[in-house]
Design a protein around this ligand. Sequence first.
Ligand SMILES: *[C@@H]1O[C@H](CO)[C@@H](O)[C@H](O)[C@H]1NC(C)=O
Ligand SMILES: *[C@@H]1O[C@H](CO)[C@@H](O)[C@H](O)[C@H]1NC(C)=O
Ligand SMILES: *[C@@H]1O[C@H](CO)[C@@H](O)[C@H](O)[C@H]1NC(C)=O
Ligand SMILES: *[C@@H]1O[C@H](CO)[C@@H](O)[C@H](O)[C@H]1NC(C)=O
Ligand SMILES: [Mg+2]
Length: 243
Amino acid sequence: MKVFSVFFFLLATVVAASHGSQDSSDSSCLSWRFAVEANNIRGWKTVPKECEKYVGHYMLGYQYRKDSKAVTDEAWRYVNSLKLPRDGRNIWIFDVDETSISHVPFFSKHGFGTEPINKTLAYEWVNKSKAPALPESLELYRKLLSLGIKVVFLTGRDEEWRKVSATNLKNVGYHTWEQLILRASSYPTNATVESFKSNEKRKLEEIYGYRIIGNIGDQWADIQGIHRGNRTFKLPNPMYYAP
Ligand SMILES: *[C@@H]1O[C@H](CO)[C@@H](O)[C@H](O)[C@H]1NC(C)=O
Ligand SMILES: *[C@@H]1O[C@H](CO)[C@@H](O)[C@H](O)[C@H]1NC(C)=O
Ligand SMILES: *[C@@H]1O[C@H](CO)[C@@H](O)[C@H](O)[C@H]1NC(C)=O
Ligand SMILES: *[C@@H]1O[C@H](CO)[C@@H](O)[C@H](O)[C@H]1NC(C)=O
Ligand SMILES: [Mg+2]
């Protein structure tokens, strides 16, 4: 009897310990992801190695989709409540990567952001124009068009990727847009995504006379700065950070 009870005590301790360490790693990674999403952790280069599984499960499981839906549902609630002038000047800004289309198929083969991005392989993947849509963003896109709001895609991708980007967007259902803005080669290479995007948004309002009703992106750089739009929406992305 005594032997058994000691055995069970030990077994219970081992189970509790392994369960405990599993929980503590997952909860640390959840805390890390939360701090990333709240823009408290900035400028990070790669996902912590111990969070590869956690981020993988998050991206491939239902939580990423649910979190995305919470964002796009709120965007729709907001925009659908507005009484907008029907003058053709209302636009909504969509970022491209990890907002309109998804690179999960690429990152799932490369450690979910725990490894530095191999540019050769990443360019090869992007060049295929095979990135799937984020279904929640595509649904928001369709609803915005139905309200008569025009869509502008604004991406930090270089101008040389225009054809590839347009093909990919069209392939997955983004069939029309007012403008597709990429980063011109004349643009200073040391400029941040935030300053590039702010400057382009300024031009949309000041030069083209559009009204930025909303703006959605997966990076804080997409939604901060000047001329950011009447409301901004941040989609989750625990795989990479753009300054
Ligand atoms: C990127 O991937 C290519 C093809 O697998 C490989 O030859 C190259 O060494 C990699 N580059 C880096 C910096 O890891
Ligand atoms: C992209 O694909 C085209 C062929 O469709 C090829 O000519 C080009 O070199 C590729 N570019 C990159 C960066 O992989
Ligand atoms: C970028 O480089 C230019 C000169 O080429 C310099 O004047 C400018 O201050 C730099 N900007 C940043 C943000 O480093
Ligand atoms: C801006 O958003 C607020 C709600 O956040 C709304 O009351 C207002 O009408 C919006 N203005 C425009 C021009 O969309
Ligand atoms: Mg993006």
